[in-house]
Design a protein around this ligand. Structure first.
Ligand code: UN1
Length: 512
């Protein structure tokens, strides 16, 4: 193994063979079988993880339930203080953990660091939130009565995370859940167990200093075994899951059947609209980051550009030129802007999608082919692709988790909005315009139907302070900032009578 890989793994506490089940203490030899982890950079094997078996899952879950009983009674600002320390521990580990993200899933190291920054930011947010878990006070219709509502912790929250944001999305859930008084049980993607193990090590150190265990818990395992067990588990009142719409249909069905709650953040089919009055320099940069950044593997990646016919040829021409200058290669090299796809299957899925574009009558105007990088022969590299396409083709309607950008023509803002909304997903959207009327149209009730709608910035790269998530088949969940915390707590309405009368609501007389 290359020295630089070995030193990243060592700095993050990753060994040759690692337990994948932990409640603060690692379970020795968990019984769920071996998971070998390879880097998409050049195919080198990084480590082996022993996955959690059903018994290990139950052990971790019992610890989590026991910890909840104590944790919920710790005053929220004290819980916040511990999350402040977790944020500081992450600050110290930012470079190491960011590099491990790059090594394990292939995003460029700068974006890996950005992801750890999101973890730090959500910890900071949670510290303040710990003093702001406000309920309302209400006016009772009965004399001498007071009403208010309060928010109680919920229990153990199941967090299922995807490979593309292997650590940040866990933190959005876990930091908020922790200040709300919940414990979490985390099932990371089987593509990225090492970053999860590295995060668990950091959590363990912070929690041990306070004699705590069972607050942050980890179970590495297959979706078909541990994932299924987790979503069906009645001890878990809330499952927060990030992944494909297919995964979401299944989770919605299983958790819904037991009337549990979900926060679902599923597929996106994000469009960026460019009007004829737009600043094209800005649009060009935003499209490049949105479509090529993270090799097109963000939920928020720009998948469709809907360009006004007056600037269509010019912008498309400039984009093709810009695509030709993107340095592709080793994501650990700071000069590289696009790393590999996550695995060989992702390259195949992208090639199949390109086949379907051609079959539908589309024109590939740039790239799309697999490439080999000198010295990184086992890696999964592709050229990013731009295709001229029609919005109603099934291939355009489907989310392909790869750097394929569809160029679509429109004739007006109304036309553009209609095209953009005409997909089943509703995560992120953006409109580039300098015209107030166009921008207000885009943001109006008849405008974008997505959870995120931006003006003159791209579809990806949202800040943690906002609520993150989307509508329609994106699943409707909201994570991270704003008042997303409410999903992690249960609301209780309290009415207190401070008189010696017992008046009934609605003026009902009953036996008096
Ligand atoms: C995701 O792809 O699941 O807005 C999350 C963004 C990032 C998070 C993406 N802050 O692009």
């Amino acid at each position: 193994m290359k020295d630089k890989y070995a030193s990243i793994l060592k700095a993050c506490g990753i060994k040759d063979v690692n337990s994948g089940a932990c409640w603060g203490e690692w379970i020795d030899n968990p019984g769920g079988g071996e998971l070998e982890v390879f880097t998409p950079i050049d195919g080198t094997k990084l480590a082996t993880v022993l996955m959690a078996g059903p018994d290990d899952y139950d052990t971790v879950m019992e610890k989590s339930e026991a910890a909840f009983k104590t944790w919920r009674m710790v005053p929220a600002p004290k819980r916040g203080e511990i999350i402040r320390q977790l944020g500081n521990a992450l600050r110290e580990k930012k470079d190491d953990l960011g590099a491990l993200v790059a090594l394990e899933m292939g995003k460029i190291v700068g974006e890996g660091g950005g992801e750890v920054q999101e973890m730090i930011d959500i910890c900071d947010f949670s510290v303040g939130l710990a003093r702001q878990l406000y309920g309302l006070s209400l006016h009772s219709e009965r004399p001498g009565h007071r009403m208010y509502e309060q928010w109680h912790p919920l229990g153990t929250v199941g967090v299922i995370s995807a490979f593309n944001f292997p650590v940040a999305v866990w933190a959005w859930n876990a930091a908020i859940a922790a200040v709300c008084g919940d414990t979490t049980i985390w099932k990371p993607s089987s593509e990225t167990p090492l970053t999860a193990i590295a995060v668990q090590h950091i959590c363990n150190d912070v929690m041990k200093a306070h004699d705590l265990e069972g607050i942050f818990n980890l179970v590495v395992g297959r979706g078909s075994s541990i994932g299924e067990k987790l979503i069906a588990d009645r001890r878990i009142p809330l499952v927060s899951a990030t992944g494909s719409c297919e995964m979401g249909y299944r989770i919605g069905e299983v958790v819904g059947k037991r009337l549990g709650r979900t926060i679902l953040e599923l597929g996106g089919n994000n469009a960026l609209l460019v009007m004829d009055d737009a600043n094209l320099d800005l649009a060009l940069r935003a499209i490049l980051f949105g479509a090529v950044g993270t090799a097109g593997q963000r939920c928020t990646s720009t998948r469709r550009i809907i360009m006004h016919e007056k600037i269509y040829d010019e912008l498309l021409g400039r984009l093709v030129k810009a695509y030709g200058t993107v340095p592709i290669g080793d994501p650990l090299d700071p000069d590289i802007l696009m790393g590999p796809l996550v695995n060989a299957a992702a390259v195949e899925i992208m090639q199949a999608a390109i086949g379907r574009i051609k079959d539908s009558g589309g024109t590939i105007v740039y790239g799309g082919e697999p490439i080999t990088i000198d010295g990184l022969e086992g890696g999964h590299y592709v050229k990013p692709c731009i295709a001229e396409a029609s919005n109603d083709w099934q291939i355009v309607q489907d989310e392909t988790f790869a750097p394929i950008l569809y160029a679509i023509k429109c004739s007006s803002i109304e036309d553009a909005i209609e095209i953009q909304n005409n997909v089943v997903q509703g995560l992120s959207s953006a409109c580039f315009t300098t015209n107030l009327l166009s921008s207000e149209n885009f943001l109006s009730h008849k405008g974008s139907d997505c959870g995120i709608a931006n003006i003159n910035i791209g579809t990806s790269g949202a800040e943690i302070g906002g609520a993150f998530g989307g509508e329609k088949e994106t699943g409707g969940g909201r994570e991270a900032g704003s008042d997303s915390w409410k999903a992690y707590m249960r609301r209780q309405t309290n009415t207190i009578n401070w008189t010696s009368e017992l008046p009934l609501a609605q003026g009902i007389k009953f036996g008096d």
